[in-house]
Design a protein around this ligand. Structure first.
Ligand code: ZN
Length: 191
């Protein structure tokens, strides 16, 4: 499916999974929503299905993404929240018209309006970011320990000691690097 485009990293927290559509910000950045269609695909993964998306809406989405990244990073290091980022997040939140609906199975579904579903979906993401950054949820914002990543992620582990935004990518790479370094320093202790 959609060969040639980078895979998504689907985390459990909507807002920080969204910022994870751009990875390796401090290295060779990987854009995981390079086209409007890939934003459509990503939104569908999170129950925010839209039929269409323009390049202008993709630009709005990326602007929101980088604003959430900036605000979440500041929150993680207990820095002042950047005003420009707050402006974008609050604007997107205010302009979303999504309604939460409860299904018979007891699950929450988002109902996006017919007039501007992409904006509505972005409103849901902005509101999620607000609840995470405001500290309303059980967890802690932290920065990924990978030097080429440093993504803000939401640590919900019991001990609050998670070090990487994603165990399968950044976490693994770090472990491999450490193994290689140890191996080089002390070849006899291999494996
Ligand atoms: Zn990372």
């Amino acid at each position: 499916m959609h060969a040639g485009f980078p895979d998504f990293r689907l985390g459990s927290v909507l807002a920080t999974s969204f910022t994870g559509t751009l990875t390796e910000r401090r290295g060779d950045a990987v854009e995981r929503i390079p086209t409007p269609q890939r934003l459509i695909d990503w939104l569908a993964e999170y129950g925010l299905a839209v039929d269409s998306c323009t390049t202008a809406q993709l630009d709005l989405a990326r602007e929101l993404r980088e604003s959430i990244h900036a605000a979440a990073t500041a929150a993680a290091i207990q820095d002042a929240l950047p005003a420009s980022a707050l402006h974008v997040i609050n604007d997107r939140s205010a302009q979303g018209r999504a309604a939460a609906a409860l299904t018979p199975e007891g699950e929450r579904r988002w109902q996006l309006g017919s007039a501007s579903p992409v904006e509505d979906a972005l409103g849901v993401i902005a509101a999620d970011a607000i609840s995470v950054i405001a500290g309303e949820r059980d967890g802690r914002l932290a920065l990924c320990a990978s030097p080429t990543c440093q993504a803000a992620f939401f640590d919900t582990s019991r001990s609050r000691t998670r070090r990487w935004c994603d165990m399968n990518t950044c976490g693994n790479r770090q472990k491999k690097a450490r193994f290689t370094a140890n191996h080089r320093e002390n070849p006899s202790s291999a494996r």
